[in-house]
Design a protein around this ligand. Structure first.
Ligand code: B12
Ligand code: SF4
Ligand code: SF4
Length: 225
C-alpha cells in the first residue's frame, strides 16, 4: 500500500480551514513537561502547531491599553483555533490515528499560570518562529501577530526544523512596554511586571481577561524591517 503524504494533506486541509502557519514538532524529548497522563503521552510523538494571524487594523487601534475590539478578536481567534484543532483531530482520527487538540487558551494551574503544554515551545520546535525579546514566538513574516494552537498526534509526519534566527538588531518592542518587562535577552523577560500590568488593565475595566496587545502590535517581523 502506498503510504499517504500526511504532511501534504495536513497543509492542504489547514490552508482550506484558514490557517496561516502550520508546522510539525517532534516532541519525544519534551513531552515529559506536559501536564497530561503518561498513558496518553506514550502514544504520541508529534505536535502539530497551527497559527492564525491577528487583524492588523484591530492591532493598529491599540495605543496604551487593550481595546474592546482587541478583546473580542482575542476571543474569536481562540474559538476559531479550537474549532480548527477539532477539525484537524477529526481528520486524523478518520485516518485511524490518535489526535488530542490542546485548547488555544486554557490555564490549568492558576498559581503557576500554566497550561497543559506550551504552544510557544511546540511552535519553536516546529520551526514556525523564534523566542523573541517580547517572550512571544516571532515568525519572520508575521512577527508576533498571530495566535497558536497545538494538536498532539501519532500520525506519521515529517517534523520541521527549528529556525536558526533571532531578533537580531531589532528592538522595536523594548520601549513600548508600559512596565519595561521586555529586556535585551528573552530569558530576562519580567513575567511579574507584565502580569501585574495585565491585572491592572483588567481591574480598570478594559477587558474581562488578562490581555494587553501592545508588544504584539509592535512586533511586525521582517515585513517592515
Ligand atoms: C498563562 C498564559 C499567560 C500568562 C503568563 C503566564 C506565564 N508564566 O507565561 C499571562 C496572562 C500573563 C499571559 C500574557 C500574555 N499572553 Co499568554 N498565554 C498563557 C497560556 C494560556 C499558557 C502559558 C504557559 O503554560 N506558560 C507556562 C510556561 C512554563 O510556558 P511558556 O510561557 O509557554 O514558556 C515556554 C517557552 O518560553 C519555552 N522556552 C523558553 N525558553 C526557550 C528556549 C528555546 C530555545 C525554546 C525552544 C523554547 C523556550 O519554554 C517555556 C516552557 O515550556 C498560553 C497558551 C499555551 N497553552 O501555551 C498563552 C500564550 C503564551 N499567550 C499568548 C499571548 C499573545 C499573550 C499576551 C500578548 C496577551 C494578549 N493576548 O494580549 C501576553 C504576552 C506577555 C508576554 N509578552 O509574554 C500567546 C502567544 C502567541 C505567540 N505568538 O507567541 C499564547 C501561546 C496563546 C495562544 N493560543 O496563542 N499569558
Ligand atoms: S503584554 Fe503588555 S505589559 Fe506584557 S510585555 Fe507585552 S506590552 Fe508589556
Ligand atoms: S519587536 Fe523586534 S525585538 Fe521585539 S520580539 Fe519582535 S523582532 Fe524581537
Amino acid at each position: 500500500m502506498v503510504r499517504e503524504n500526511y504532511n501534504f494533506l495536513l497543509e492542504k486541509l489547514t490552508k482550506d480551514l484558514g490557517v496561516d502557519l502550520v508546522g510539525v514538532a517532534e516532541i519525544n524529548a519534551v513531552k515529559e513537561e506536559f501536564f497530561l497522563s503518561r498513558d496518553i503521552l506514550k502514544e504520541i510523538n508529534y505536535g502539530i502547531s497551527l497559527g492564525v494571524r491577528l487583524s492588523p487594523l484591530i492591532l493598529a487601534e491599540i495605543e496604551t491599553h487593550p481595546t474592546k475590539l482587541y478583546f473580542h478578536h482575542y476571543r474569536v481567534v481562540n474559538h476559531f483555533l479550537d474549532e480548527i484543532a477539532l477539525r484537524v483531530s477529526q481528520f486524523i482520527q478518520g485516518k485511524g490515528y490518535t489526535a488530542l487538540p490542546i485548547p488555544a487558551s486554557q490555564i490549568i494551574d492558576w498559581e503557576k499560570q500554566s497550561a497543559h503544554l506550551s504552544h510557544k515551545k511546540i511552535a519553536i520546535l516546529a520551526g514556525l518562529g523564534w523566542w523573541g525579546r517580547n517572550n512571544l514566538v516571532v515568525n519572520p513574516q508575521l512577527g508576533s501577530q498571530f495566535r497558536l494552537v497545538t494538536i498532539l498526534t501519532n500520525l506519521p509526519l515529517k517534523p520541521g526544523i527549528p529556525l536558526n534566527e533571532d531578533c537580531g538588531d531589532c528592538r522595536e518592542c523594548l520601549s513600548v512596554c508600559p512596565v519595561g518587562a521586555i529586556k535585551e535577552n528573552p530569558e530576562e523577560f519580567d513575567h511579574r511586571a507584565c502580569f501585574e500590568k495585565l491585572k491592572e488593565f483588567h481591574k480598570s475595566g478594559y477587558t474581562e481577561q488578562f490581555i494587553c496587545g501592545i508588544c504584539v502590535k509592535a512586533c511586525k517581523g521582517k515585513r517592515v524591517k
